[in-house]
Design a protein around this ligand. Structure first.
Ligand SMILES: [Zn+2]
Length: 125
């Protein structure tokens, strides 16, 4: 008997990360700081955030009820977002994440990135 649930457990055990059915909806909840409902019931807990090479980010999540693990990809910064951050820096302010209200960007090597979405928004001088 193979059910979808069994396949998923095998994937979780072998260290693979599942993708989420409604990434876009979850992303907007995530930007708002809301709780993320898990596709298998319960909620998704953030395990870690990883900046990707091309400027986007990955958020690693674990379901609180099934312990299945997921990876949510966060799209890279748009031109408008980069400009907003650049302007903040030029004005001498602390750059904030254009998606997470009140979240300051942190310096990762030569870039300013958001610790919550892993996205790089500007070059650090
Ligand atoms: Zn962010």
């Amino acid at each position: 008997m193979t059910s979808a649930r069994n396949d998923q457990s095998v994937a979780a055990q072998s260290g693979e990360r599942l993708t989420l059915p409604d990434e876009e909806g979850l992303l907007s909840l995530y930007y708002d700081g809301g709780r993320l409902p898990s596709p298998s019931g319960g909620f998704l807990m953030v395990l870690g955030v990883q900046p990707e090479v091309e400027g986007s980010g990955s958020v690693y999540l674990e379901c609180t009820s099934s312990s299945l693990r997921y990876r949510m990809s966060v799209p890279k910064a748009t031109r408008a977002e980069r400009k907003k951050v650049r302007d903040l820096i030029d004005e001498g302010g602390d750059p904030e994440c254009p998606r997470h209200r009140g979240q300051l960007l942190t310096r990762i090597r030569h870039d300013f990135a958001c610790p919550k979405c892993g996205v790089r928004y500007a070059k650090a001088k």
